[in-house]
Structure formats: structure tokens, C-alpha cells
Design a protein around this ligand. Structure first.
Ligand SMILES: Cc1cc2nc3c(=O)[nH]c(=O)nc-3n(C[C@H](O)[C@H](O)[C@H](O)COP(=O)(O)OP(=O)(O)OC[C@H]3O[C@@H](n4cnc5c(N)ncnc54)[C@H](O)[C@@H]3O)c2cc1C
Length: 454
């Protein structure tokens, strides 16, 4: 149990919080010259170790940023990318690489401008962030779960922990993240405090998550436990159809999404059938729109084109020619029509996919196979929730925050950064860069504020 007066307290030692801590402490030490007493920076983290979520990013490799320029980068940030512009230019993806290099971690850029630690180990990212924060003079206290915040009459903040500690500070940075993967410590605590301090929050929903086609899971439990319309818990068992499709990875297909009959997306790429539903780059890309639509009670339909490079008429001709050949070969071998149909499909689809495909598109008419391949339709009835989504959309409204400093407009001395804000990015390193850029600016601004108060 401790009672401490600090200058800057940061709540949450994730990507944004560690960056905020390092940046606040760096700014303090750069600007306090030879002063014997420097402003104190404390990071409070409820988990036993910092950066738990970073460890699981990028399948353990951590896609830490993306080198696209702002013009391109901003198209991958939602819903109001412009809010991020100042923070982005203050700390660009190249600055992120340089920051990590300065702290002993070399990085490599791969396909799609995505940047990873050179050794491909996300733990190195956490170690470098912790090193940066501690070397600059910030103190990281783990096992400290903040349970309450008060704004005092003198403009300072009192921060209390479940363990019985009290911290009083002049600048408070909240970087407690969103609601996804709560086991990493991100349980939405900051949302409650922000609301209690009068900041508007935009309703949250899971994004970059699996979409569940109708008939894919054994029971489609709408909102079981979470109260969210369309939520299908990840561990809901697969149906026979789901089991047949699970594990198939579709390369170079296109995915069309329509909402209440209007086409809203038509993208080319890779799509995975997993134990959650539709995932992979295309599934994730569609998820933000689809989850939002399902929550609003709209009808969502997906259509996969397995042969996007071939026009239907050409595909039909090819199929008829294959079919004639198969019939010719089978002439004296007494093969049933079903067997011949299966041979036909095995020449058009990966063999593991055929039985699952047939569940959705019973192909008993050879003339309809081409159309089924080009328009494999399925209703989307749900989505996997916070238990396994990559990002939380929604959060503290960016209208409440100054984009130049990350300070709350209505609460001087309060700064908010990272996933807690109503900003979410696509897959590809955008989310961590958002956390680094906003965390950096929040930490620097909090330090400037403290130094100006002195
Ligand atoms: C499986 C997965 C893979 C991902 N892969 C990538 C990727 O490769 N690239 C990418 O750019 N993004 C990726 N992301 C997204 C990215 O990890 C997050 O957007 C980013 O980590 C958010 O950082 P943050 O600091 O805002 O929040 P968090 O990382 O969630 O950190 C918040 C911290 O606050 C702490 N905290 C919460 N409440 C309290 C409290 N009451 N008291 C004290 N501490 C508290 C938490 O324990 C946590 O440590 C991935 C996410 C997931 C779930």
C-alpha cells in the first residue's frame, strides 16, 4: 500500500501507456536541464507484467507499424482519421522504427509496408518499450489495478487502486485500451471513468473479428451473455457444415458484402474459414461494417466469387468441356452422376472444400455450377465478440479531445490515448501506430504541462 504524490500518472502499460511514459519522461529530462528534482512519471498496470496484449499481436510476431504515407495510412483508420493527423506527423511510422532502433530493437519492413521486429518476436517490442520508459526515468508499477479517479478542487487528480494505494498527480494519462481480449487486462475501465468525468463515449463494438455464416455453428446464440445482438461466442461448437469448412483457406477470391440488399463491399484477396467463421484479410476487412449492421438489425449477406478472374460465360464453357470429358472417361466405368459431379468439382475446387461447398450450394445441375462458384452466397447471422476480436471500435469520442495534445477539452490535465479513443484501424500495423502516435503526443503534452506549471 502506498500514498504518493507524482507529477504524471499513466494508467495502463500497453502500447500507448508505455510510449506515453517513455515520452513524458524523455521530455521531462530533455527540458529540466540540470534541475536536481525532476517531475515524477509513474505508470500503473493492473496485470503482473506490462504489454500483455502486445505479446499476442501479429500471431506473436507483432506487426508494429505500417510505412504508408499519411494519404494512404489515413484510409485505414476509422471513423475520423483526421483526428490522428497531428499525432501521426508528430510521430510517424519511421519515427516508430527509429525509436525502437534507439532502444535496441531492429525492425524489418515486409510485404504491404508492414513492419515487424527483425527477430519476429513480439516480446522484444515489449522489452524495448519497458527499457525506453525506465531508462528515461519513468517508474512502472505492476499489479496495481486502478479502481477510482477523482478530480480534486485544485485541478489535481486522485487515483486509487484496488490494492489500497493512492496517487495524487497534476497530469493524468489514461491508456487502458478497449474491450477486446479481456484476458490481457483490457476490460474497458477507462470508458467508465471517461463517462464519469463528463466525456462522451461512442458505443463500442467488436471489429476485425470472425463473421459467422448461418448454419456454420451448432447453435446460433444471439447475444448470449454479452447482450449484444448477433454475438456468437467463439467457443460455440461448429455445425457439421462448419466442421467441413473449418481450416480451408481461400486464396485470390473476391468477397461481396451486401447490407439490406445494397452492395457495400467488393474486395479481392484471401479468406479463411476458421473455428470462428469467416476470417483472414477479407473477413476482417468486412467485419467492421457487418458487425455494425448486425447490431442495427440489418440483413447481411456475403457472396464469395471463387473464380474472380474468369467471366461466368467463359467458366461455363470450361465446365461443360470438363463435364463432357468426365462423361467420356466414365462411359464404361459405371460411375453414378453424383460421383461424376464430385470429379467435376475436384477439378474446380480444393478437395477439402467440396463437401462444405455442397452444403451451401447443392450442385446437382451442371449448368448451375459456374454460377454457384462465382456467387457462393451465405447469410451472415453473427460475429465473434470481444472474447476474440482484434480491436474495439468506438470509445471516447475524439470530439472531446484536442488533436494537438490529446488533452480532454473539458478536463484540463487529463489526456487520453490508444485504443480507448474512438479510433480503430485495419489490420496491417495501423492500430499499434495509432497507439504509439497518440501515446507519444499525450506523454509529451502532459510533460510540457507539468514543466509549465513549475
Ligand atoms: C490478437 C490481437 C492481435 C493484434 N495484432 C496487431 C498487430 O499485429 N498490429 C497492430 O497494429 N495491432 C494489433 N492488434 C491491436 C493492438 O494490439 C491494440 O490496438 C493496441 O495494443 C492497443 O494499445 P493500448 O495501449 O491502447 O491498449 P492495450 O494494449 O489494451 O493496453 C491497455 C493496458 O491497460 C491496462 N489496464 C486496463 N485497465 C486498467 C486498470 N484499471 N488499472 C491499471 N491498468 C489497467 C491493461 O492491463 C493493459 O495492459 C492486435 C490485437 C489483438 C487482440
Amino acid at each position: 500500500m502506498q500514498k504518493e504524490i507524482a507529477d504524471i500518472v499513466i494508467i495502463g502499460a500497453g502500447a500507448a501507456g508505455l510510449m506515453a511514459g517513455a515520452s513524458a519522461a524523455e521530455t521531462v529530462s530533455a527540458k529540466s536541464g540540470g534541475a536536481s528534482v525532476r517531475p515524477k512519471v509513474i505508470i500503473l498496470e493492473k496485470m503482473p507484467r506490462p504489454g500483455r496484449k502486445i505479446i499476442i499481436t501479429g500471431k506473436g510476431r507483432c506487426n508494429m507499424t505500417n510505412l504508408k504515407d499519411w494519404q494512404d495510412f489515413s484510409t485505414h483508420v476509422h471513423p475520423k482519421a483526421n483526428f490522428l493527423k497531428n499525432a501521426f506527423y508528430n510521430f510517424t511510422p519511421y519515427d516508430t522504427m527509429e525509436f525502437f532502433s534507439r532502444n535496441g530493437l531492429e525492425t524489418v519492413a515486409e510485404r504491404g509496408d508492414r513492419v515487424f521486429p527483425a527477430e519476429g518476436n513480439s516480446k522484444d517490442v515489449v522489452d524495448a518499450l519497458v527499457k525506453a520508459a525506465e531508462n528515461a526515468g519513468a517508474q512502472i508499477l505492476t499489479g496495481k489495478e486502478v479502481s477510482g479517479i477523482d478530480v480534486n478542487g485544485d485541478g489535481r487528480f486522485t487515483v486509487e487502486t484496488a490494492e489500497g494505494d493512492t496517487f495524487v498527480c497534476s497530469a493524468l494519462v489514461i491508456t487502458t485500451g478497449g474491450l477486446s481480449y479481456p484476458a490481457t487486462g483490457s476490460t474497458g475501465d477507462g470508458l467508465k471513468w471517461a463517462s464519469a468525468m463528463g466525456l462522451r463515449t461512442v458505443p463500442c463494438f467488436p471489429s476485425l473479428t470472425a463473421l459467422v455464416p448461418k448454419g456454420y455453428k451448432r447453435e446460433e446464440i444471439s447475444g448470449k451473455g454479452s447482450g449484444m445482438k448477433g454475438h456468437v461466442d467463439r467457443c460455440t461448437p461448429l455445425s457439421d457444415t462448419g466442421s467441413l469448412l473449418n481450416g480451408n483457406r481461400l486464396k485470390n477470391v473476391s468477397l461481396k458484402i451486401s447490407i439490406d440488399g445494397t452492395e457495400v463491399m467488393d474486395e479481392f484477396g484471401d479468406l479463411d474459414f476458421t473455428d470462428g467463421g469467416l476470417e483472414g484479410p477479407l473477413g476482417f476487412k468486412a467485419s467492421r461494417r457487418c458487425v455494425k449492421a448486425l447490431l442495427n438489425g440489418s440483413k447481411v449477406r456475403a457472396a464469395i466469387d471463387m473464380k474472380p478472374a474468369v467471366p461466368l460465360s467463359e467458366l461455363d464453357t470450361r465446365i461443360m468441356s470438363l463435364w463432357n470429358g468426365i462423361n467420356e472417361e466414365a462411359k464404361n466405368r459405371n460411375k453414378s452422376r453424383d460421383e461424376r459431379m464430385r470429379i467435376l468439382l475436384s477439378r474446380l475446387l480444393p478437395s477439402d472444400l467440396i463437401r462444405g461447398f455442397l452444403k451451401y450450394c447443392p450442385a446437382n445441375d451442371v449448368k448451375k455450377v459456374g454460377k454457384a462458384l462465382k456467387n457462393w452466397e451465405m447469410d451472415i447471422c453473427g460475429y465473434v465478440g470481444y472474447e476474440r476480436c482484434v480491436i474495439t471500435a468506438g470509445g471516447v469520442s475524439t470530439d472531446e479531445i484536442s488533436p494537438k495534445t490529446m488533452e480532454a477539452k473539458a478536463v484540463p490535465g487529463l489526456y487520453i490515448a490508444g485504443e480507448l479513443l474512438d479510433i480503430d484501424g485495419d489490420t496491417g500495423g495501423y492500430n499499434l501506430q495509432c497507439a504509439f502516435s497518440t501515446g507519444r503526443l499525450a506523454g509529451q503534452s502532459a510533460a510540457e504541462k507539468i514543466l509549465n506549471l513549475r
